[in-house]
Design a protein around this ligand. Structure first.
Ligand code: HEM
Ligand SMILES: [Ca+2]
Length: 645
């Protein structure tokens, strides 16, 4: 059985791949694989049907029209079934099944790990103990003590941050537990006090330090991620969390990761995606966003449930919705004999390919520096030979810690037109995009509001908008949340081991102690105020302390680079539909591929907004070497689709 049963570290050190890695389907030991998976689950006493998984669609679609139990059953099926005809599919499935013959990377499947979990009880309780057995410091205590709101800007426009969140929402969306009858779990006592006793096995409230100044009460609500079960409602032998979306970078935020969501985003049989007000996102009638009284504000609906979070994210959803509809209409003219379904799928395939090309050729190179080229992530020439031996699933360490590095780059103020609006006033509000869409986009790409609109550098600092005012309701001071406490608590909820484990795995030398400035930066000594041992440092906290190696010319430190490289490598070589694959039935021809590689994010934005001019490299400000080009020209290039006739 050549397939790693628990996605252990076998695939962690893939340095380069060659043709011989292209395994034959028969070699992969399907039956053995299925047996291994089944043995991951507990047998015997399991939860009642009504106690499991019924809440998953609430979180995925917030409005899913499908039957709730139907979804729950599918979760297990994606995981346990194989796809014998996987090679005959011309297009990706919506839920990511049949890309890999074992359906690895499909939505609603458990999230594997780089190394086994370190749960408090070895089975599923959160990691709460330090190396010497004493309690770990509280998540909020760590956040306030070593993640202050200090500004350190870096010379990149906000889209450099926003693209990261956009693709994060294409790769990872972990399901949260809900309370009885699908209600939200409240894990604190009345008036945000510490609960007198554990209220639910899925509660893991964050207790606030005695000198807390930024929040009312003594407790912050924190609900554990949902535990995966099989059809019988049996949990896994070690608690496993569920990724509700497709791992593959396949534009799932545009189309959805389940058939139910995909269906409601289209008019039946149409090749276009639904819109409202001509070319804005459709309405989520069950949405709970904040609407200004006396306006026509409405909550957005998209392929990802987090769409309403902030205007820049909403605007990327809008841009890609428009890109789909614009390209689909052109393809319709170029290929009039195609069925509506064919036009839809051809367009969807192109949109997924563009998302990958922007990510691998424009975004990863400056995030990962020279390592992006060294690891064969950049895909500007040739064809990618994908391999069924590469496991494309998102890893726990990537989604709960590494990919969250982007939180450090988020600025406190968003430029919109002539205004500069604190992000604390923008959470969950669709109004800016509905009223000022082009201004929102201009601010994001750095050609809008006058003045410096830079992102923050990747370091231990996070803006107050995230650490003191996350999702703060209007006129409710001190009633927000702290995203960084959440990141730390989430790591412990998932049983993620400490930073030093991963440092070692990535081949870096052991820490010398709380004086190790070269490993953990100038503020390393402050870590000693919260942690007893360097072996207690939470993974997220350690990763964002690492200084960046200037010779690599990237944005992130060495362990972060290592975990990110491995994940993006798996998502490239393990995705049979990777945009420049040479696999028959799937591959674009040379002319089409050339068009995809020339289609930059600047061109896509020009073709879908009223912005007048953009530089070719959208992830840098306009300059002498990156001059502004007229959007008429860029959009024309973009919309010349003759290669696809
Ligand atoms: C723009 C402001 C942002 C806000 C307000 C935000 C907020 C959040 C929140 C509330 C969570 C869930 C935390 C939890 O309960 O564990 C989260 C998770 C996450 N965020 Fe962000 N985020 C932002 C930007 C980013 C960026 C720029 C990136 C990457 C470059 C990113 C990557 C992630 C990842 C990978 C997760 C985990 C997703 C999952 O596994 O479900 N975020 N973020
Ligand atoms: Ca996806």
């Amino acid at each position: 059985d050549v397939f790693p049963a628990d996605a252990g570290d076998q695939d962690f050190w893939i340095r380069s791949l060659n043709a011989t890695d292209m395994a034959d389907f028969a070699d992969l030991g399907l039956a053995a694989h299925r047996r291994t998976i089944q043995s991951d689950f507990i047998t015997g006493m399991c939860m009642k049907d009504s106690d499991v998984l019924y809440n998953l669609p609430e979180r995925v679609g917030a409005m899913s029209t499908g039957s709730i139990s139907g979804f729950g059953v599918r979760l297990s099926q994606n995981y346990l079934q194989d796809c014998p005809n996987y090679y005959s599919k011309r297009f990706r499935t919506i839920d990511g099944t049949c890309n890999n013959p074992f359906n690895l990377g499909a939505s609603a499947t458990p999230v594997p790990r780089i190394v086994p979990p370190q749960y408090g009880d070895g089975v599923g309780a959160p990691r709460t103990k330090a190396a010497d057995g004493s309690p770990l410091p509280g998540a909020r205590f760590v956040s306030s003590a070593v993640h202050p709101a200090v500004n350190n800007l870096t010379n990149r426009p906000i889209i450099a941050m926003q693209w990261g969140q956009w693709i994060d929402h294409d790769m990872a969306g972990i399901a949260a537990s809900l309370g009885p009858n699908g209600t939200a779990l409240q894990c604190c006592g009345p008036n945000k006090t510490a609960p007198p006793a554990v209220t639910s096995p899925n509660c893991f409230p964050i207790l606030l330090p005695p000198d807390e100044k930024d929040f009312v009460g003594t407790c912050m609500n924190f609900v554990r991620s949902l535990a995966a079960t099989n059809e019988q409602g049996c949990e896994m032998k070690q608690r496993q969390q569920v990724n509700t979306i497709t791992s593959f970078i396949d534009a799932s935020p545009v189309y959805g990761s389940t058939e139910n969501v995909a269906r409601i985003l289209r008019n039946p049989g149409d090749f276009l995606l639904k819109t409202k007000n001509t070319n804005f996102l459709p309405e989520n009638v069950n949405g709970t966003c904040i609407r200004r009284p006396g306006t026509k504000d409405y909550c957005f609906l998209a392929g990802d449930f987090r769409v309403n979070q902030l205007p820049f994210l909403q605007s990327l959803h809008t841009i890609w919705l428009r890109a789909h509809n614009t390209i689909a209409r052109r393809l319709r003219v170029l290929r009039p004999k195609d069925s509506n379904e064919e036009t839809f799928e051809r367009t969807r395939k192109l949109i997924g390919a563009l998302t990958q090309a922007v990510t691998y050729n424009e975004w990863l190179p400056f995030v990962l520096g020279k390592e992006a080229t060294k690891f064969n992530l950049v895909s500007r020439t040739g064809r990618t030979k994908t391999s069924l031996k590469v496991d494309p699933r998102i890893r726990q360490e990537f989604s709960t810690a590494a990919m969250r590095f982007g939180h450090s780059t988020v600025p406190d103020v968003f430029p919109i037109g002539q205004r500069r609006v604190p992000i604390s006033q923008l959470f969950n509000r669709p109004g800016e995009v509905l009223d000022n869409f082009d201004d929102v986009v201009a601010g994001m790409v750095g050609v809008g509001t006058p003045g410096q609109n830079l992102i923050q550098q990747v370091d231990r600092n996070f803006v107050a908008g995230l650490t003191k005012h996350l999702f703060e309701p209007p006129n409710s001071p001190k009633n927000g949340l702290d995203l960084i406490s959440f990141n730390i608590q989430r790591g412990r909820d998932h049983g993620i081991g400490p930073y030093t484990t991963y440092r070692k795995l990535c081949g870096l030398r052991p820490l010398t102690g709380f004086n190790d400035v070269s490993a953990l930066g100038p503020n390393v000594a402050q870590l000693a105020k919260v942690y007893k041992s360097v072996n207690d440092i939470d993974l997220f906290t350690g990763l964002v302390h690492e200084p960046v190696d200037p010779s690599n010319q990237g944005l992130v430190g060495p362990t972060l680079t290592c975990i990110l490289c491995q994940q993006f490598l798996n998502l490239k070589f393990g995705d049979r539909f990777f945009f420049d694959t040479d696999e028959k039935l799937i591959a674009f021809n040379d002319n089409q591929l050339k068009w995809i590689r020339q289609a930059t994010l600047s061109k896509i934005i020009c073709a879908t907004t009223n912005i007048k001019a953009l530089p070719n490299d959208i992830f840098n400000f306009p300059s002498k070497s990156n001059p502004l080009v007229s959007c008429d020209r860029l959009a024309n290039d973009m919309l010349n689709l003759s290669a696809f006739a």
